[in-house]
Design a protein around this ligand. Structure first.
Ligand code: BDP
Length: 556
């Protein structure tokens, strides 16, 4: 799946901006233009824009509508790309259904076949989460029960683009890089309806490196991609009537014993689990917020992130390539933790399993050419301790391995002797909250408990371990000497204790404190205006712990 780009053969028109929207009944069909509407913005969540609780918390259907026109271009076809719509949607062009979206975090790309002079685009969104959605949820009438710790934002969260491409076009490009000893090659797998295709590779400064008609190209002495040197090449694929430019990097990823190797060198992961979340925008993509996030990642000397708990926008993936931030990609399988309650005694049904696999496929289709992607997480804190969970995830992981030529992981909540799934993965990823959810406020137990935990996992699996979550809610400006929970001093000392434990073992290959920044979640007794475990506040200012991590990671 190629991202819409404009060039001599292709055009892109953005439909971002002001749209009409309305809450609608379950049987609503957009046969006629909306009469009774309110204004909303795309991309954004509607929840942080409206001022009435009823709309903000609406569970059910909502329609978004806009009108657009595009010039006629002979020998070209038009398509529509919605970057992400939360959660499910049906798409109508001039009242006629043209497609549907199955998930809130991956693009919907549809042909626009019957365009008129003026076109009415309607997106009927359903924000309900059930045991057949990702993430899953449960409904008690109109009440939405969610099993995950982030706000259930509703809206069109990423760009809406109408694009043209030639009728005879390049459909897709997959670039595999092969690095073995002194041997470096790229393999291009291009899908095209044109007869002939040729390739040119440009270096970082835009200078041509090589031209070829072969789909296997040797690049003499290539620069490799790494966080220290995120070198990107550009591939220009050219046919007689189409052209497409794709950036790529050359790198080798491998797990060897206790080590995670990038270009044959051991990696220590420093970074965060995050959320797409900002004031007013909700989950709406914003270039300014994205760049601020990456500037902060570099400032604190991070080299990696996990896209907890769902795929992030394409723009974020491009920035990760460019800034040199390794990405553990995660599909939106979060909250799959109570099988009885969510899925009934027989576990997840066939539709759930099918969709889980489909999302892994779609994510691969979207992100396969990003050098920053170095591992796939198939779920966060799932019921890996149950026999049904094992059967389910064994199949999910097998499916992931067929596609992704990368290490696979699952982020674990259960203990090393409880999980039945960690034996199937390459890297052990665990979330642990010693001194917070257990022995709350006791800084003295953290280091020992963390060390014991790391040893238990390593003794059992002999695999490298990343702490993908550990942290403490911290209210900025709250100080306490000696440190007490919720203060900035507590968060800092908490990280110090954890750091001491991680440094004791070379099989501990990384630390991702939770979370990059404070974020909105459902209201609850432990949540004062959201989850406050951020190392940065929601407006992206550092808490005291950030300075400690910056210092530590500079040396690590
Ligand atoms: C972990 C979840 C994460 C939560 C975190 C917390 O993976 O989504 O936000 O706990 O409680 O279990 O802060």
């Amino acid at each position: 799946m190629l991202y819409p780009k404009s060039n001599l053969y292709r055009t892109v028109t953005s439909l971002n901006g002001l749209w009409h929207f309305s809450v609608v009944a379950d049987d609503y069909l957009p046969h006629a233009p909306l009469q009774d509407y309110r204004l909303t913005a795309v991309p954004a969540s509607m929840n942080e824009i409206v001022t009435d609780t009823e709309t903000k918390n609406h569970v059910g259907k909502i329609v978004y509508e806009c009108v657009f026109s595009v010039p006629h271009i002979s020998k070209s076809e038009y398509r529509l790309r919605l970057g992400a719509v939360s959660h499910k949607c049906e798409v109508y062009l001039n009242g006629v259904k043209i497609g549907a979206g199955i998930n809130g975090y991956l693009p919907i790309d549809l042909p626009l076949e019957c365009l008129l002079e003026k076109n009415r685009l309607s997106v009927v969104i359903d924000n309900r989460l059930t045991n057949e959605t990702f993430p899953p949820g449960r409904l008690e009438g109109r009440k939405q029960i969610i099993n995950h710790d982030f706000y259930n934002y509703t809206g069109i969260h990423r760009d809406v683009l109408v694009y043209s491409r030639p009728k005879q076009h390049i459909e897709d490009i997959e670039i595999q890089t092969v690095v073995d000893g002194d041997y470096r090659k790229i393999k291009i797998n291009a899908k095209t309806t044109c007869e002939k295709i040729s390739y040119q590779i440009l270096d970082k400064s835009g200078e041509p490196v090589i031209t070829s008609e072969n789909s296997e190209i040797m690049i003499p002495n290539p620069a490799l991609w790494s966080p220290e040197s995120p070198y990107l090449y550009t591939l220009i694929a050219q046919t007689e009537c189409d052209q497409y430019e794709e950036r790529f990097g050359i790198r080798k990823v491998e797990v060897d014993g206790n080590r995670f190797l990038l270009n044959d060198k051991p990696v220590y992961f420093k970074g965060f689990g995050m959320h797409e979340d900002f004031f007013i925008l909700g989950k709406g993509n914003s270039s300014a917020v994205n760049i601020r996030n990456f500037e902060l990642l570099k400032w604190i000397h991070a080299n990696s992130i996990r896209t907890s708990h769902y795929p992030y926008s394409e723009e974020i993936m491009n920035l990760a390539d460019e800034y040199g931030i390794m990405v553990i990609e995660e599909v939106p399988a979060v909250g799959m933790n109570w099988w009885e309650e969510n899925f009934g005694a027989n576990g997840a049904n066939e539709n759930t399993l099918k969709l889980h696999k489909e999302l892994i496929t779609q994510l691969y289709e979207r992100d396969k050419n990003h050098p920053s992607v170095i591992m796939l997480s198939v779920a966060n804190e799932a019921a890996t301790n149950e026999a049904l969970g094992e059967t389910y995830f064994k199949e999910v992981i097998a499916h992931a391995r067929e596609l992704w030529p990368l290490p696979i992981t699952i982020v674990e909540f259960y203990k090393s002797d409880e999980t039945l799934v960690s034996k199937y993965v390459d890297v052990i990823c665990i979330n642990r909250y010693f001194g917070w959810y257990y022995d709350h406020g006791d800084l003295s137990v953290i280091c020992e408990q963390m060390k014991e935990e790391l040893c238990r996992w390593h003794d059992r699996y002999q695999k490298p371990i990343i702490l993908t979550e550990y942290g403490a809610d911290t209210v900025e400006g709250l100080h306490s000497l000696p440190a007490e929970s919720f203060s900035e001093e507590f968060q800092k000392e908490y990280f110090e204790q954890c750091g001491e434990a991680f440094d004791a073992f070379d099989f501990c290959i990384g630390e991702h404190p939770w979370a990059f920044a404070d974020f909105k979640t459902k209201q609850g007794l432990t949540r004062v205006r959201g989850n406050r475990k951020g190392i940065f506040t929601k407006d992206r200012q550092p808490k005291s712990g950030a300075f400690y991590l910056r210092d530590r990671w500079k040396k690590r």
